[in-house]
Design a protein around this ligand. Structure first.
Ligand code: GYE
Length: 309
């Protein structure tokens, strides 16, 4: 084993760490920004980053992780598409002494020592912030339709939970329909079309809460095609803070979003380097900030962000 390690290390420039990143796919604008940012951070940190696109399938992520283990990488990043089913492959990584960082989604495990740290936003808080904000916009009275993210993913579970906790304080706010649009624009549009049909051509819907901006943008299209005005006839709130949502808010088509940083890889790389150089144990949860944005500042925020992605 010692020989293999030496050969692996020699294959790279001195001091250069090799990291394998099992990425979910490219279902959303936020995801694309995260991948792009990861590549930039890799260059800045002199890390050889190998990214695998799992096309939204956990089995592909597990396969990628196994191949990274076989290659003897210095660290593995996983953006876990769903929350459960990770213990087996994580145990293999642990036995191979390879630290694993979870990016942007959490997992459910009976043994948290199987991964080193998770870099994510507080997805319960995001749902809570949107629920509180919507309560203010609607004077605590609203028939809400909900577009959920990928079934079984931690942000879908947690954003729903946080939102429900927030509106529970307001008896006249209710989620009347809820279905997954899989975090995609087309999924959001399709599900919103069916909600509109089922709710008196949309006239009985006060607001749509989408678990991400892409589904929110899909919903905006569906609302327009039904002859209604998004942002007014049906309020639109979501989470991510991608440039297209700032544009939608500036255009009056949407009402609010909670931004989360697309830079999950940067903090993970920093923690990995500290771990490798002087054995510094990172915090188990490296939490990124959540910020609410509204139409009031949308144009300026859009102009500022356009160039960043
Ligand atoms: O909000 C969504 C993406 O896991 C936090 O996944 C991430 C979510 C993000 O598809 O746009």
């Amino acid at each position: 084993a010692a020989l293999t390690v030496t050969l692996g290390a020699n294959a790279h420039a001195a001091g250069q760490l090799v990291v394998g990143f099992a990425q979910v796919g490219s279902e959303s604008g936020w995801r694309a920004a995260e991948t792009k940012t990861a590549k930039i951070r890799a260059t800045q940190n002199n890390i050889d980053l190998k990214i695998s696109d799992a096309q939204q399938k956990q089995e592909n992520e597990i396969k990628a992780a196994r191949s990274f283990i076989a290659q003897g990488v210095d660290g593995i990043f996983i953006a876990p598409v769903v929350a459960t089913g990770w213990d087996g492959v994580l145990r293999e990584a642990k036995e191979a002494n390879i630290p694993v960082f979870l990016l942007d989604r959490q997992i459910e495990t009976s043994d948290p020592s199987l991964y080193t740290a998770a870099v994510t936003s507080d997805t319960i808080l995001e749902g809570h912030m949107i629920g509180d904000y919507l309560a203010g916009l609607t004077h605590d009275k609203c028939r809400i339709v909900e577009l959920q993210g990928t079934v079984g993913s931690s942000p879908a579970i947690n954003r729903k939970k946080g939102f429900e906790e927030a509106i529970a304080a307001h008896p006249d706010m209710k989620i009347v329909r809820s279905q997954s649009g899989d975090f995609t624009r087309s999924g959001g549009k399709q599900v919103m079309e069916s909600f509109i049909k089922a709710e008196n051509n949309g006239h009985d819907i006060c607001a749509v809460f989408a678990h991400n901006d892409d589904m929110g943008i899909g919903a905006i299209q569906a609302i327009k095609e039904a002859g209604l005005k998004p942002g007014k006839d049906i309020l639109v709130v979501s989470i991510d803070g991608v440039p297209d949502m700032f544009k939608a808010m500036a255009d009056g088509d949407a009402n609010g979003t909670v931004e989360l940083s697309p830079d999950m890889a940067g903090p993970a790389m920093k923690a990995l380097i500290a771990l490798k150089t002087d054995k510094t144990q990172p915090a188990k949860w490296i939490k990124t900030p959540s910020t609410l944005f509204t139409p009031a500042t949308a144009q300026a925020e859009y102009d500022r962000r356009k160039s960043m992605y």
